[in-house]
Design a binder for this molecule. Structure first.
Ligand code: GDP
Ligand code: IMO
Ligand code: MG
Length: 426
């Protein structure tokens, strides 16, 4: 069982970091393969809280943490995260970084912010971390790669070339100051000495490890419904967080992925703009937000909250070949007399039982609810399925039916040990 992918099945913040961390000490490599520091993965280990944005959650375990080629790297964030962990006594020296990963330059952050401002009402609600513009440059073939940092003149030339067009845009369209290419290059090169020892042919190293039977976990960021191809476009991120992204984002073949673990929150949240059929704009939504502490790890924005939407999760399970679902934050639902679960949408008066492909239908979808019995017992200390109250078990079983995928683990609290395992993931 050497290759395991962990992905989000909703709109992010499902608890991917915690689920990855929970796979534990036997993991040899933990690989981030997509996104950048738009992600925020919170782990609670021995009562200590860690908020990781760019580093893989495996940084807290003895294995090797890896940043794959599919990630966009803000060097300033990378080293401030490393320094903060070092200050807390965490050893980060095993971290390796793909020579092919792209760099988020300061002008990408500027462009992210001004583009959003320019879009006005049509804004995406990005995290403002420069992720979209960095991926745009990658696709436009004017991006900067980690390996470019190791050749000063090459980096200077690439920054200057990339800025010719951007400065026109910044000055003439967005009314901003032009960016000085040398200043940017100096800033990026100031990290070169720290980057150099981490740079590897990550694809080669991971393939060798898999060949030797090592356990490699690919830690997804964002989620299926934020995927640029499969999500609620244009309200998505600019990469492929889906399971297949683990292959392009790290350089391993699809036949290396033995298990796909889909993380699903026991209710639904979303940050930023875009459709969200089961969103609650009332006191129930406020209660979920309050009970679940649903405020962004990255931007601190209040997360939009709503009931569990099996159509959303079923689509993610199907399109990613999810083998096991890890259902998180079930403890947060304690105390509701009835818990609504969406079983279908009504779109233009018609009942729809699959997540629609047409954006217009998703926008218009009205959830049709079934009301399941709640429970009042504190479940945070439960460690086996049988210990959960009967109505809580019934909630899990009904979700399993609706998403058409087995639920193999359940989160009952933020702590590393707070989980109910039904089927082993390794
Ligand atoms: P990620 O981006 O998918 O890694 O998720 P986030 O870290 O952004 O958000 C999940 C939040 O829920 C974090 O604060 C976790 O500590 C917390 N969390 C994860 N699993 C559970 C759980 O089962 N119960 C509770 N109460 N909190 C959890
Ligand atoms: P984790 O890994 C939740 C959302 C943003 C915005 C959209 C595009 O913690 O689950 P971007 O900055 O990527 O261009 O923003 O995607 N978004 C996330 N929402 N969790 C995340 O990561 C997210 N990463 C990006 O809020 O709607
Ligand atoms: Mg998050």
């Amino acid at each position: 069982m050497p290759g395991i992918v962990v992905i989000g099945t909703q709109w992010g913040d499902e608890g991917k970091g915690k689920a990855t961390d929970q796979l534990g000490d036997s993991v040899d490599y933990t690989v981030r393969y997509s996104g950048g520091n738009n992600a925020g993965h919170t782990l609670v280990v021995n009562g200590e809280k860690y908020a990781l944005h760019l580093l893989p959650s495996g940084i807290l375990n003895p294995g090797i943490p890896v940043i794959g080629n599919g990630v966009v790297v803000d060097l300033e964030v990378l080293f401030s995260e490393i320094d903060a962990l070092n200050a807390r006594g965490i050893d980060t020296s095993r971290l390796i970084l793909s020579a092919n990963a792209h760099i988020i330059a300061p002008y990408h952050k500027t462009l992210d912010k001004v583009t959003e401002r320019f879009l006005g009402k049509r804004k995406i609600g990005t995290t403002g971390r420069g992720v979209g513009p960095a991926y745009a440059d990658k696709i436009n073939r004017v991006g900067l790669r980690i390996q470019d940092l190791l050749d000063e003149q090459l980096l200077r030339d690439k920054v200057a070339a990339s800025l010719i067009q951007k400065n026109q845009l910044l000055v003439k369209v967005y009314n901003q100051m032009a960016v000085d290419a040398d200043e940017v290059a100096d800033h990026l090169l100031s990290f070169a000495d720290r980057v150099r020892p981490m740079v590897r042919d990550v694809a080669r190293e991971l393939n060798d490890a898999l060949e030797a039977g090592k356990l490699v976990v690919f830690e997804g960021a964002q989620a299926h419904h934020l995927d640029v191809d499969h999500g609620t476009y244009p309200y998505v991120t600019s990469s492929n967080p889906i399971a297949a992204g683990a292959c392009t984002g790290s350089g391993v073949g699809p036949n290396r992925l033995d298990r796909i673990v889909g993380i699903a929150k026991a209710y639904t949240t979303r940050v930023g703009e875009g459709p969200f059929p089961t969103e609650l704009l009332d006191a129930d939504g406020d209660r979920l937000r309050h009970d679940g502490g649903e405020f962004g790890t990255t931007t601190g924005r209040p997360r939009r909250c709503g009931w569990f939407d099996p159509l959303v999760v079923e689509a993610a399970c199907t399109y990613n070949g999810v083998t096991d679902v890890f259902l998180t934050k079930l403890d947060i639902l304690t105390g509701w007399e009835k818990i609504p679960v969406c079983v279908a949408y009504e779109v233009d008066g018609e009942r729809v039982e699959h997540y629609p492909v047409m954006m217009d239908d998703i926008v218009k979808a009205k959830p049709v609810y079934e009301y399941l019995d709640g429970w009042s017992e504190d479940i945070s200390g439960c460690r086996t399925f049988d210990e959960l109250p009967a109505t809580c078990q019934a909630y899990v079983k009904r979700l399993e039916e609706l998403i058409r995928c087995r639920i193999s683990g359940i989160g009952v609290g933020p702590g590393r040990e707070q989980a109910v395992m039904i089927h082993d993931l390794i």
